[in-house]
Design a binder for this molecule. Structure first.
Ligand SMILES: NC(=O)c1ccc[n+]([C@@H]2O[C@H](COP(=O)([O-])OP(=O)(O)OC[C@H]3O[C@@H](n4cnc5c(N)ncnc54)[C@H](OP(=O)(O)O)[C@@H]3O)[C@@H](O)[C@H]2O)c1
Length: 266
């Protein structure tokens, strides 16, 4: 049996593709020959990301950048229509843009919750809704939602992100049954602590909420991981590629943890 992913020529949208897990996933898709649209807000960061992606070898991949604020429904429509204009199809959607704030519950404003739900929960749902009609026409679709361990295992000081992730697990499993009728698969990857800019800023916010140093927070976090190491963005990307390939053609509605064994319970 070959592990050839056979993704060359497919078209994808990756949200939050200009940094961290999203950027690693775009690079991996591009190397496989996928035509990728990346959506994020900061145009300069998008330009830098495009250059770093195009510096890699590819089997016919392309990349375009779309500056968009995914808290806005109109920007989501723009991302989908621009991708369709350019590539003519959307086989793959990687929902990844998220940025919940950490902080003690009593310090978290309504806005902290609303911002997290708007960007990640509603943003992912809106993108699925916008992409799926095109995938139904072609009877083929592959969607991965990057969620996070706090969806299943609530963490103090991270309730805006945790409630978002819990709702997304419910959404992913629930909608998978409807989409399966059209040969569209949707799965969740829940990363543990992963080496990105976001992980650094969360450690800073956590340290502030608890009145301890950032180094202490980081050391505690690593100690709590059975495999004793932080996840690398490339590891999430590798699993995302497997899930959107035909090698995973019977996997849908699943949540897969990439967390060094940290998730307790079954
Ligand atoms: N890193 C971890 O330890 C970890 C653990 C569990 C789950 N996750 C999840 O994994 C996903 C990616 O995290 P990451 O650590 O790779 O994050 P990151 O390094 O902070 O990158 C976030 C990406 O999302 C984009 N983004 C943020 N707000 C946006 C908005 N309103 N509209 C459009 N794009 C936006 C950012 O670009 P702009 O700022 O330019 O828009 C950037 O490209 C998130 O959903 C996160 O919750 C991460």
């Amino acid at each position: 049996m070959s592990l050839d992913l056979q993704l060359s020529g497919k078209a994808a949208i990756v949200t939050g593709g200009s940094a961290g897990i999203g950027l690693a996933t775009v690079k991996a898709l591009y190397r496989e020959g996928v035509r990728v649209a990346i959506a994020a807000r900061d145009p300069e960061r998008l330009d830098k990301a495009v250059s770093s992606i195009q510096a890699q070898p590819t089997l016919g991949g392309e990349v375009i950048a779309i500056s968009a604020d995914l808290t806005q429904a109109s920007d989501i429509d723009k991302v989908v229509s621009t991708t369709l204009e350019r590539f003519g199809q959307i086989d793959i959607l990687i929902n990844n843009a998220g940025s919940a704030r950490a902080g003690a519950f009593l310090e978290l404003s309504d806005e902290a919750f609303l911002d997290a739900w708007n960007l990640k929960l509603l943003g992912y749902i809106r993108l699925v809704k916008a992409v799926v009609p095109h995938q139904i026409k072609r009877r083929d679709g592959r969607i991965v939602n990057i969620v996070g361990g706090a969806g299943r295992t609530p963490r103090p000081n991270f309730l805006a992100g945790g409630t978002t992730n819990a709702a997304l697990l419910n959404f992913t499993r629930g909608v998978s049954k409807e989409l399966a009728l059209h040969n569209i698969r949707i799965n969740a990857i829940s990363p543990g602590l992963t080496a990105t800019e976001r992980a650094n800023s969360l450690a800073e916010q956590n340290a502030q909420a608890r009145g301890v140093s950032v180094e202490e927070v980081k050391a505690e976090s690593i100690k709590a991981i059975p495999l004793g190491k932080i996840v690398q963005p490339d590891e999430i990307a590798a699993l995302a590629l497997f899930l959107v390939s035909d090698l995973a053609s019977s996997i849908t509605g699943a949540e897969i943890h990439v967390d060094g064994g940290q998730t307790p319970g079954v």
